[in-house]
Design a protein around this ligand. Sequence first.
Ligand SMILES: Cc1cc2nc3c(=O)[nH]c(=O)nc-3n(C[C@H](O)[C@H](O)[C@H](O)COP(=O)(O)O)c2cc1C
Length: 196
Amino acid sequence: MLPMDELIATYKEALNTRDASSRFCTLITLDELGYPASRVLTIRSIDESGIRLYVNKNSPKVMHLQNDEKFEVLFFWPNLMKQYKVRGDFELFTEADQISQWKHKPYAGRLVDMYHSLGRNQSSKVDSREVIETEIAKLADQYSQELLIQPPEDLVTLLIKPTYISAWVNMQKNRIHNRTEYTLTNSQWLAQVLVP
Ligand SMILES: Cc1cc2nc3c(=O)[nH]c(=O)nc-3n(C[C@H](O)[C@H](O)[C@H](O)COP(=O)(O)O)c2cc1C
């Protein structure tokens, strides 16, 4: 099976087994000082076109990607005891699906998205939590549930197009776990077995 097909199938299987971490991944970028910076993100979809994540385009993670395009995405699905590490290319854009789905997000989450856009940038420093709560309450006065149907422009899709997939699959029987590294070269996936 091609590694991308394997990733898609394993993601579906993790969702089907209601794996607690099936909906999440960890994106690692490099910050302005060269340190690895990791954070958990919600997987919106994984299909032939790539891995879809929703991010704020003024957030540190996007700044990191724009400054240094190296990144890694880590998936660990404990129900299946499988780990995948993905590197590749990425695109940032606004998608019709994302826009139409946004109004179905809980109101509180939509308010926070608006706050990033109209109030304060995600991950920026603030004196206290009370400041944030007060400012978001003001936004709620301004934007009722019914008015908040259009996502802010800075909420975008980060589409990751894998060119490197490193798989770790638990082999319970003999503990010699399966490790294979796949690299996309000239549109062909090359497989390399690794010692577990
Ligand atoms: C379970 C979980 C799901 C999350 N999903 C998202 C997400 O889909 N998009 C997002 O921007 N941040 C998400 N976050 C918050 C990020 O981990 C992170 O704190 C935030 O994006 C700011 O990251 P940055 O400062 O590195 O840009 C999630 C956090 C957790 C724990």
